[in-house]
Design a protein around this ligand. Structure first.
Ligand SMILES: [Zn+2]
Length: 479
């Protein structure tokens, strides 16, 4: 992955727009760094096992820190009504954690002189993998895309099946195929599954689950290496000597505690617009969702100023999010605030909003794996509007013209991620502002891949959007 010296294209303010310092890109970027630092602390203090997995994890101290930080920002913005509301994990929910692990290719004299073990550092186990006794050694078999037309020729019994997935975008859209093919592999007797995830770089990716027990994701370059090794072994006639030793220690936790931070900026009307960003993250989570949370905080600062007093009441939710089982932020927000929920005419979910765009580069790494390169813009952004209100779509369109936000060209009613927990708000328009970049849920989502002008474009667009929809009659938002 390459982030070159050339900066993203700058923000050009529409004429007549007040430059409001709280919406400046540098200010928001500093908050992204503060939020990412909470995750880095989770890594340094080995919050989860040996520290191979970290994040802002709802149910653990890092999640609480992210919510507390958000509540502090709301208070510092001058908002009087700020609450930290407790969440108890649902009694039957279970949270699987991988504490430590290793995927080791085992050397064999058949591979020639100098043969040595190789550890695949990008490997990560997926829930709820478990290895009784903590270790297993098994032969490997390559199954490519694992279609039935391939598998009819391959004996996977007792072997780790190595399947290849090439996400076009991010891993979300591959969850279905990866899972069902893993089921098929297990039904055919596979002892476990590796998913070679052909994404930029060599990142650990915390995505997919229930994909064969045990099941591991392997990063791009390690996957490329493993394919090359398996090909060479096949050509040399020693493929049967290829074995892998897996070690894995896990833990399942219950009855954890979490929080939402909720800040209310009273408007001239009783009707409510909810603005939500989830605080939880895997790894550094700069794009999922430090950028969204930092933009939410910037908007809170903006609308807390007396001169920007909103028409409708604004409710800012720094949400426990949706990664941790049984502790859903939006559902708990609605349960704890029935009155605000009842008055809501709209909910805006700010989720993954300013990550830079990456495309395949003309160059490859030394091992032949293609590099990915950032350009001058942000990754494509969906603006899903559940009720497809033309007025709201019109505002999104103006966002492209006024601020250069990279909204995709097709109107959409998608709702995903955090918005799922708001689906019971029947009378409200639900908006999902969301990118689908390739580094999503991977260790590659670091501060460097966030566009500073992109943060400002999004914050200014949303300030405009909230102001304009605040003035609009209810019938235009919920036709
Ligand atoms: Zn997210």
């Amino acid at each position: 992955m390459i982030v070159g010296d050339r900066a993203p294209r700058p923000v050009v303010l529409p004429s007549g727009e007040t430059p409001s310092a709280e919406l400046a890109g540098m200010t928001i970027k500093a908050d992204v760094e503060a939020i990412v630092n909470i995750a880095k602390e989770s890594r340094n203090t080995r919050e989860v096992g040996g520290g191979q997995l970290w994040g802002r994890i709802t149910g653990l101290p890092s999640g609480t820190k992210a919510v507390t930080w958000s509540a502090d920002q709301f208070r510092k913005a001058g908002i009087a009504d700020v609450k930290v509301q407790p969440i108890a994990m649902e009694p039957n929910a279970r949270f699987w954690f991988p504490l430590s692990w290793e995927v080791r290719l085992v050397a064999d004299p058949a591979f020639g002189p100098g043969t040595a073990d190789v550890v695949l550092d990008s490997a990560i186990p997926l829930g709820p993998s478990d290895i009784p006794g903590g270790t297993m050694t098994a032969p490997l078999v390559y199954v490519g895309s694992a279609n039935p037309s391939i598998l009819q020729h391959v004996d996977v019994k007792g072997k780790i099946a190595v399947q290849l997935t090439i996400p076009q975008g991010h891993m979300v859209l591959e969850r279905g195929p990866v899972g069902s093919r893993a089921d098929d592999l297990v039904a055919r007797g596979a002892a476990g599954v590796f998913n070679l995830v052909r994404l930029p770089g060599n990142e650990r990716s915390r995505d997919f689950s229930d994909c064969g027990n045990p099941c591991f994701n392997i990063g791009g370059r390690d996957g490329h290496f493993l394919e090359t090794v398996m090909d060479r072994a096949a050509i040399a006639g020693v493929a049967d000597k290829l074995r892998v030793r897996l070690t894995l220690k896990t833990e399942t936790r219950t009855n954890l505690k979490a929080e939402n931070a909720v800040a209310v900026v009273p408007g001239k009307s009783d009707e409510v617009i909810i603005l939500d960003a989830h605080v939880d993250a895997w790894f550094d989570g700069a794009g999922d969702n430090a950028d969204g949370l930092a933009v939410l905080v910037a908007l809170a600062r903006h609308f807390a100023k007396p001169e920007n007093r909103p028409e409708r009441t604004l409710v800012f939710v720094a949400s426990a999010g949706h990664h941790s089982p049984g502790m859903n932020g939006p559902r708990n927000f609605i349960a704890a605030n029935p009155d605000l929920a009842k008055r809501a005419v709209m909910m805006v979910n700010i989720e993954h909003v300013a990550q830079r765009n990456f495309s395949p580069a003309r160059t490859t790494a030394a091992d032949g794996y293609r590099l990915a390169l950032a350009d001058s813009g942000e990754a494509p952004i969906y603006a899903g509007i559940t009720n497809r209100a033309p007025f709201l779509d019109g505002l999104v369109q103006q966002g492209v013209a006024r601020y250069g936000t990279n909204f995709v060209s097709e109107k959409s009613n998608m709702s995903s991620g955090e918005t799922g927990g708001f689906s019971t708000l029947k009378g409200a328009a639900l908006l999902t502002i969301m990118q689908a970049p390739p580094l999503y849920h991977t260790t590659g989502e670091v501060t460097d891949v966030i566009s500073t002008p992109g943060l400002e474009r999004m914050a200014r667009f949303l300030a405009f959007f909230v102001k304009e929809s605040g003035k609009a009659p209810r019938a235009q938002i919920v036709p």
